[in-house]
Ligand binder design. Structure first.
Ligand code: TXA
Ligand code: MG
Length: 352
């Protein structure tokens, strides 16, 4: 199959819609990462997502919806997406407030599913993940009226793509069309909020952190407890987002420099800021070793670091011996999400 990349505009978006109607897949930009979309109620199309990504069937998909005026649990129930009656009474107002605050935006809600949602989308779970993306291209496509099941547009277990070219590198020959909407503004996948023990919980950290979500909900949103038997959300698998090269994480620039001084392999180094004495020493030492340094931001701005993280990991993930990254200080929201993605990317070689 030939994979076309088309600049997203009215006629290419219409072409995408036609493909989706014919059970084909289309990669689309969202504000978080690129998604691999199929008509969510078309089982043949959804099956193709799992085939193209080599994704195991136990990993459920997010259903993306068009923004409509006054969205609420009620309107989701009216569209046969969720079962309103199964949501604990004390959470209904909080969930409606999250919907009003963050849709469209980088928030996914996992709610009791309606029977009409295909089993393949939910992996047979009794919940469905829903999100309204803010990206104008995703919105324009969704406005044609099809709800779209869309995981990140990478092969399973690999780094999520944040540019059309990265999607192409992952999925060329497997899908007919990539809509190019430019680089993703946030660069990390959405925050996923679900219900555990009658309370709201964060299943996957993203830009929206626990404090912000709790304020908007008017209730505490706590970090999800992973019940190994129950939580089958691969966003929660320990190994995910993996580069090919081994990745080693460092708590500070100073420790990273010390590590470089006692090792001779060629490093690909990810730094959160530039211009300090330590970062200059890291750059010199890396160059001497035949390695390479990428500054995710000039001044440690976490939004900038998030936006460039996956592109930088892809860029370094070739022709070198290993990757090294400095972790941002522990915190909520973006720093939590960046630490989470780095930890998952490093998991396979943590014994080193
Ligand atoms: O930002 C995003 O969320 C991107 C863009 C394309 O929207 N999508 C994305 O999809 O990251 P994916 O499939 O790569 O990650 C979806 C996450 C997975 O961790 C999945 O297990 C979890 O959401 N999930 C989906 N349905 C679920 C459910 N019913 N219960 C628990 N977790 C669920
Ligand atoms: Mg993914």
């Amino acid at each position: 199959m030939q994979t076309q990349i088309l600049q997203a505009q009215a006629n290419s978006i219409q072409r995408a819609y036609q493909l989706l109607l014919n059970s084909e897949l289309v990669a689309i930009p969202t504000e978080t990462v690129y998604g691999l979309a199929a008509h969510a109620f078309d089982e043949q199309a959804v099956a193709r997502i799992f085939a193209a990504k080599e994704r195991p069937k136990f990993d459920p998909l997010i259903v993306h919806l068009a923004q409509q005026p006054e969205m609420s649990l009620q309107t989701l129930a009216e569209q046969d997406l969720i079962q309103y009656e199964l949501i604990p009474d004390q959470l209904q107002q909080a969930l409606n407030q999250l919907i009003q605050s963050y849709w469209p935006g980088p928030l996914t809600l996992v709610l009791p599913r309606h029977a009409r949602v295909p089993d393949l989308v939910t992996s047979g779970l009794d919940t469905v993940a829903l999100r309204v993306p803010a990206h104008p291209v995703a919105q324009a496509l969704l406005d044609y009226g099809l709800p779209l099941a869309a995981p990140s547009a990478n092969r399973f277990g690999r780094i999520s793509p944040t540019t059309a070219q990265a999607v192409y590198d992952e999925l060329k020959g497997r899908i007919p069309l990539i809509l190019d909407g430019g680089p993703c503004e946030i660069g990390l996948e959405s925050s996923v909020v679900g219900i555990q023990d009658q309370s709201l919980c964060l299943l996957r950290p993203g830009k929206l952190g626990l404090a912000e979500l709790s304020t908007a909900a008017g209730l505490t949103v706590a970090l999800a407890q992973a019940h190994p038997a129950e939580v089958r959300a691969p966003g929660m698998l320990k190994s995910h987002y993996a580069p090919r090269l081994p990745l080693k994480l460092m708590p500070s620039e100073t420790e990273l420099l010390r590590y470089l001084q006692s090792h001779s392999e060629r490093p690909g180094v990810l730094l959160l800021e530039s211009g300090t004495e330590t970062t200059r020493a890291i750059e010199t030492r890396s160059r001497d070793l035949g390695g390479k340094v990428i500054y995710l931001s000039q001044n440690g701005d976490l939004a900038e670091c998030a936006r460039s993280l996956f592109t930088a990991m892809r860029e370094l993930d070739q022709d070198l011996d290993y990757l090294l990254a400095v972790l941002p200080a522990a915190g909520d929201g973006l720093s939590h999400a960046i630490r989470d993605r780095l930890a998952k990317a490093a998991y396979n070689n943590q014994s080193e």
